[in-house]
Write a new protein. Sequence first.
Length: 189
Amino acid sequence: MKPATTSGVTPEPAILDAMGLASDPELEAGFTESAHQILSDLVGGGAALGWVEPPSLDEVAELLGQVVSAVQTGDAALRVAYLDRRLVGLGYWLRYARPTHRPHADLEKIAVDAAAHGRGVGRALTAALIADARETGIEVLTLDARGDNTRALRLYRSLGFTEYGRLPGFVAVGEHRYDKVLYMLDFRR
């Protein structure tokens, strides 16, 4: 990890993969609780991460356990971002499980602590996950996002994703309805 500078400039986030995280017992020990805090805070603030209510610690632990298991079999990639040894973001992709879709993966989540927004953490995480997908031989990386998440959609487009579908009013959060926007990054080209 990069140390803090004495000039007052905060260092760039350190982006680790699952092995890098596992190689640091201190970071690994607090990972689930820190990830839970980030996800809960974001969802509590209305972020579109797949939950309507903030997830419980058990839900996050189960999800991360599934992702780590998939990483171990080559069916996923996990990336985490740290600033001064504090988790500020995480993201992962999972390979599609159906035999006919095995060459493809879905970018499931990118979550960045609100205090780190605007620092390039989401871009760094997404770029690392894209590189992991390429190296693993993924042919098409897909994702879906809520239509009002304009910052994320702009980021994905800037990294080469293109929209291939939109389901109007598909996502229901209470009385509110949002489009579900489908994006893809085709590595076959």
